[in-house]
Design a protein around this ligand. Structure first.
Ligand code: ADP
Ligand code: SF4
Length: 696
């Protein structure tokens, strides 16, 4: 099938200074939790994006100097020549598929607490560092020699990036991560010298860095400038009006303008809080300030939106971090007229959470992400089947669907049995909750793919028993029957069932998703899960007219969502909705019409009126079927069964991302040599240097 001519415009080349991108698909810099620790895994991840058709593939920030490093987060470093080989590997990987390799130079300035280097952070003023964790570290105001040093470090880093083979070398002043943004900012820049005060002065450092980078590498490399156009805090912060003046001042200096929102939480908003193209109002008109190409982002997964961005003169290059993570082959699929196969980003920010948890990047939609080198997984390909065994998958949640799709691709004949009428498991239910509609894409993509695979039989309304399965004669059985929310309050904080009066109304998320409702009036949600469910159910119940209190042992609601950069938005939304939030509270007893909640610090009990309680705490694997089958293990051989395995929530309830990963892993491992006690993935161990033991 050929490309739809409507999308031709997306495949036009774009000249960026001395280099030319072969199309408009531009993977902007994005973090990945691998950085300097997992260089070959990182290089392979970038290479696969190039293979998938992205015209430009950039690295995440590469820290230019130990005076600004954001330990514990794992990014790249370009401190000296020792770093060149690892960076060169990334450029080499990207060049293998004819894409341009970009590198984002970064001096984090006063965003960096420097816990690794122990250097004193520097910024425009004497202020506490603006790191994520309120670190007890203060930055010192840079003097003129500090500024000269910074400019020299930046220039030298640019030269190293060029030697490493990069085509595009960034100057970064965005998201309060690129240090020069602190100079641009009126609230941080309190200087009275020629680097402070007027916008002209606040722009000076950025101008110098662009000029000097162009002078150093601009003959063969493009030099983009990445800035933020709004901080979404009104007049106090950088805003569109000032950004327009700034871009107007430097209009023709960089080879490309890369426009973002600041901070990262605003730049990478989730689907719960923002629709595709949410940055459009902020970048409108910016392109008209310069003749240089512009790249912008906005979780673009729809080719029609991308075309509109170009046609309406908003941007020349379609920037993407998350859409390229969820589907590294998005450009090639469009090029080949396979847009219905695009695995659309669901906007959940599990990828972002990887950076915050310092673990190799993962993606709900793309389980191969971060595993391209470690496990040899590919987002599109998987090795052919190694036997004629037939596989039965029980349960069509994220785990079952992914396992079916990938085993189908391997060529196995298989059956997917689902107890209900709807495929998708918990995704099919959770997508109906407030703000989670886009999450349904996890199921939609896989159901569509499976529907095109003739070797997969789907059986709905088929709640299987052990007896059924023993009668079928499949060689391999995957139990993907999901999990069940606990009603007894056991979760993180409380490990014994909470005492409960016999006639109390206690509901779980499963009850609410199945349509059960408490009597109208007051509801207490007890959230010891800390991810999205408690907050989302609070929203749901308020929408339906309930008076909601949410109590949680944590200091804030949906506490883990700091990792997805949504926590503050959840908290704000619940406050705006009139939800009463009771932090630091542990469920102690459920009574008739009331609950005892204990202070998480003192244990002091208070009784709150609660005619109904929704418990969002731990979950249990729905593994009754597995237990029944295990009880009849002696019958397996006669039934022709070679293996039975629980996957996804049926093994241990977790995130949707974990269930998708489990499905993929099951598909990868079927008929593979067991690894036994070996580490189940490749690692890269840094080469040891010659030791000279310090003499004491
Ligand atoms: P996961 O996240 O691990 O994929 P889900 O809870 O999303 O798990 O999906 C589990 C699915 O399994 C649900 O759709 C459920 O209806 C189905 N299921 C549970 N028990 C059976 C069974 N005995 N036979 C067939 N389907 C089942
Ligand atoms: Fe999109 Fe979620 Fe994947 Fe990130 S983890 S790319 S937000 S689907």
């Amino acid at each position: 099938m050929g490309r739809d001519p409507r999308y031709d415009i997306l495949f036009e080349p774009v000249k960026i200074g001395p280099v030319t991108a072969k199309n408009r698909f531009y993977q902007v810099p994005h973090c990945n939790g691998m950085g300097y620790r997992d260089p070959t895994a990182l290089a392979t991840m970038r290479m696969i994006k190039a293979e998938g058709g992205w015209g430009v593939v950039c690295t995440e920030q590469a820290e230019i100097h130990p005076s600004a490093e954001i330990c514990p987060y794992i990014e790249l470093r370009i401190w000296d020549d020792q770093d060149i080989p690892m960076l060169a590997r990334i450029a080499e990987g990207v060049h293998r598929y004819d894409a341009l390799a970009g590198l984002q130079l970064c001096h984090n300035g006063m965003a960096a607490p420097n816990f690794y280097s122990r250097e004193i952070p520097m910024g425009p003023a004497d202020l506490p560092v603006a790191s994520y964790t309120n670190d007890p570290v203060q930055a010192r105001a840079m003097d003129k020699s500090d500024i000269r040093n910074l400019r020299r470090w930046h220039r030298n880093a640019a030269l190293r990036a060029k030697r490493a083979g990069f085509d595009i070398i960034y100057v970064y002043a965005g998201k309060l991560l690129g240090g020069p943004m602190y100079f641009l900012s009126r609230r941080y820049n309190q200087r009275t010298d020629e680097y402070g005060g007027s916008l002209e002065n606040r722009v000076r450092l950025l101008r110098e860095l662009i000029e000097e980078t162009k002078d150093a590498v601009g003959d063969t490399c493009a030099v983009p400038c990445r800035v933020s156009v709004d901080e979404l805090i009104g007049e106090e912060g950088l805003n569109v009006a000032e950004a327009q003046d700034m871009i107007g001042m430097l209009a023709e200096l960089p080879d490309l303008w890369d426009l973002t929102l600041s901070g990262w939480d605003n730049d990478s908003q989730t689907s719960r809080f923002a629709d595709e193209a949410y940055q459009e109002p902020f970048i409108r008109g910016m392109k008209q300030l310069t003749t240089k190409p512009v790249v912008g982002v906005g979780r673009f997964t729809s080719p029609d939106t991308m075309v509109r961005m170009v046609r309406q003169g908003l941007m020349d290059l379609i920037g993407a971090a998350r859409p390229s993570i969820a589907d590294p082959f998005l450009p090639n699929k469009l090029a080949e007229g396979r847009e219905d196969e695009i695995r659309e980003c669901i906007g959940c920010n599990m990828c972002v959470a990887s950076d915050f948890t310092m673990s190799p990047i993962r993606c709900t939609q793309n389980p191969s992400l971060g595993e391209e080198w470690r496990r040899g997984w590919h987002p599109e390909r998987i090795r052919a089947k190694q036997s004629d065994s037939r596989v039965l998958i029980v349960g069509s949640g994220a785990a079952g669907l992914e396992a079916a799709m990938m085993l189908g691709r391997r060529g196995y004949d298989l059956a997917l049995a689902e107890a209900t009428t709807i495929l998708g498991g918990r995704v099919a239910l959770e997508r109906r909750l407030p703000g989670l509609g886009a999450w349904g894409r996890v199921a939609d993509h896989r159901i569509h793919q499976i529907s095109t695979q003739p070797n997969i039989e789907i059986y709905r309304e088929s709640r299987l028993t052990a007896e059924d399965i023993l009668g079928f004669g499949f060689e391999h059985v995957a139990i993907a029957t999901g999990g069940i929310w606990r009603r007894d309050g056991v979760g993180r904080r409380v490990l014994k069932p909470v005492p409960c009066a016999g006639d109390a109304t206690v509901l779980t998320p499963d009850d609410l998703m199945a349509g059960t409702r408490p009597p109208m009036g007051r509801v207490l949600i007890y959230d010891d899960d800390h991810y999205y469910m408690g907050g989302v159910l609070a929203e749901l119940l308020v929408q339906e007219g309930y008076e909601v209190t949410i109590a949680t042992p944590a200091g804030d609601v949906s506490n883990w969502m700091h990792m997805t950069m949504e926590q503050h938005r959840v908290q704000a939304r619940l406050i705006e909705l009139g939800v009463t939030i009771r932090p630091h509270r542990v469920l102690a007893a459920i009574k008739d019409g009331a609950a005892d909640i204990a202070c998480a610090y003192t244990g002091r009990i208070e009784t709150v009126e609660a005619p109904s309680i929704v418990v969002v705490a731990g979950r249990l694997p729905a593994n009754g079927l597995l237990a029944d089958l295990k009880a009849r293990q002696s019958d397996w051989a006669d039934a022709g069964i070679l293996s039975v395995a629980a996957i996804g929530d049926a093994l241990a309830p977790g995130t949707i991302a974990a269930a998708v990963f489990a499905g993929r892993r099951y598909a990868e491992d079927l008929d593979a040599e067991p690894v036994g006690d070996a580490v189940p993935f490749r690692r890269e161990i840094a080469e040891l240097t010659e030791v000279e033991w310090p003499a004491h």
